[in-house]
Ligand binder design. Structure first.
Ligand code: PHE
Length: 448
């Protein structure tokens, strides 16, 4: 029986879905706050260098594994290295993805709450202190937090039930252009604010005295998170690419668009922050605590608040869809479950873990492992351990073990394209990426 495997119908659909995976809370919430804490301009330059020198090659290595096998991560490794046990690495990637999904959906729950508050007009008449209290009260209330997290997950898995072409591709093709449109409108608005000059100077005139290893490590981690690397997400999506897609072009387009969205988000946020005398170093709470007071002081604040949280929700949804698909495709292909059953099985695991993460802000806040609550632990482990290990693995696997002919075939679409990047790609995957990842890893765990 040769059942036709699902796939993205068009090249644009494939790009939209991949950009949809990359663009998420990482760009709109995390990037501005990381840049804010690391001094702005200098961080942004290092970040762009990380994306170009390491992010794109590691992304290409995931694309090569996925598209050459048209299979989930475990199946792909079994095909490419049939005599070895290397396929076990797939479990690390899947665990990483499930972990990201579990804590990420709690933050998505925050976005749902804030959208709700924005629509009810509660984000336009309070002081910054009240917004801060509002945030703390919200995460301190278990029922609300769990309810919004679950609501988000229901929507997420409902889209996935509609399948690859109908669900993921369609929703991404609509949401991604809409996201760009809303962001551009926001940028124009921010550029008319009185603090625009200061905000732009903060972002674009680098202060190299701020540059240190911490900044490089943060930029590296941010690039991995933002480009969805290291959890087999791009292996899974590339397995739905058709054979005409140019992997190199798509990797460059996806990385460029992802970076563009992050920078646009910065252009939206920093002028506003400076105009209203706020602090760029506000940290992870920036979006949730400070922006409401920023919206409040803008003309048409109600509408801006609603639009902003809709945008954030869309961006998060296309990322969680891609995170879920990793586990689903694994269950379908390796355990012969129907798509529906695979969705139910993965949803049950994610729901339990996400609820535990949500409860770690309130009822379970005293339960700590390595000094962290479950949410922080998942956040830390997934980005700092699992994604780095997964990225290191794919780089080393493609760089050192995979047959060069497969790499060349995939890069050139069996000789039909002229892509003279093989040499650079190999240097990067064999030497630069492993050394950089090991260095970052040792920094993060505090060994150097
Ligand atoms: N890249 C997504 C973001 O920036 C998060 C993500 C990580 C998605 C890993 C898929 C896989 O928000």
């Amino acid at each position: 029986m040769n059942k036709k495997r699902a796939g993205f119908a068009t090249r644009m659909g494939a790009i939209a879905a991949t950009v949809g995976s990359a663009v998420g809370l990482g760009n709109i919430w995390r990037f501005p706050y990381e840049a804010g804490e690391n001094g702005g301009g200098a961080f942004i330059i290092v970040y762009i260098a990380c994306v170009a020198l390491l992010g794109i090659p590691v992304m290409l290595s995931e694309f090569i594994i996925g598209r050459s096998t048209h299979s989930n991560m475990k199946g792909a490794l079994k095909q490419l290295a049939p005599k070895s046990n290397i396929f076990h690495m797939a479990y690390i990637c899947i665990m990483g993805a499930v972990m990201v999904l579990s804590f990420y959906s709690v933050v998505c729950g925050w976005v749902v709450e804030y959208l709700f508050q924005a629509v009810s007009g509660n984000l336009t008449n309070h002081t910054p202190q009240q917004y801060s209290e509002m945030f703390n009260n919200f995460v301190g209330s278990p029922w609300k937090l769990v309810a919004w997290t679950l609501l988000f997950l229901v929507v997420n898995f409902a889209v996935l039930l509609r399948g690859v072409e109908k669900g993921i591709e369609r929703i991404s093709s609509i949401l991604m252009p809409l996201l760009f449109f809303i962001l551009i409108v926001f940028c124009i608005n921010s550029l008319t604010l009185p603090g625009a000059k200061e905000g732009l100077a903060f972002m674009f005139s680098p202060d190299f005295s701020q540059l240190n290893w911490r900044c490089v490590v943060d930029a590296f981690g941010q690039a991995f998170m933002s480009l969805s690397l290291g959890v087999a997400c791009l292996v899974t999506y590339a397995s739905y690419f058709n054979d005409e897609t140019s992997l190199t072009k798509d990797a460059v387009v996806v990385a460029a668009l992802d970076t563009l969205v992050a920078i646009l988000a910065g252009i939206v946020i920093f002028p506003a922050v400076f105009s209203f005398g706020m602090q760029p170093e506000a940290g992870p709470k920036l979006v949730f605590e400070i922006l409401p007071s920023v919206f409040q002081q803008m003309a048409g604040g109600y509408i801006w608040a609603v639009l902003f949280f809709i945008l954030l929700l869309f961006a998060s949804l296309t990322s969680t869809i891609s995170l879920s698909e990793i586990f689903i495709s694994f269950l379908m292909e390796e355990h012969q479950l129907s798509r529906q059953k695979a969705i139910w099985a993965s949803a049950s695991i994610v729901v339990v873990l996400a609820v535990l993460c949500a409860l770690s802000f309130n009822v379970l806040s005293s339960v700590k492992l390595f000094g962290m609550n479950l949410f922080d632990l998942f956040n830390y482990l997934s980005s700092n351990v699992f994604m780095l290990l997964g990225g290191l693995f794919t780089a080393v696997f493609v760089g050192w073990f995979l047959d060069r002919r497969i790499v060349a075939e995939q890069l050139t679409n069996r000789g039909r394209l002229n892509v003279p990047v093989m040499h650079y790609l190999m240097i990067c995957l064999r030497y630069i990426a492993p050394v950089a990842v090991v260095f970052i890893f040792l920094q993060l765990v505090g060994l150097i």
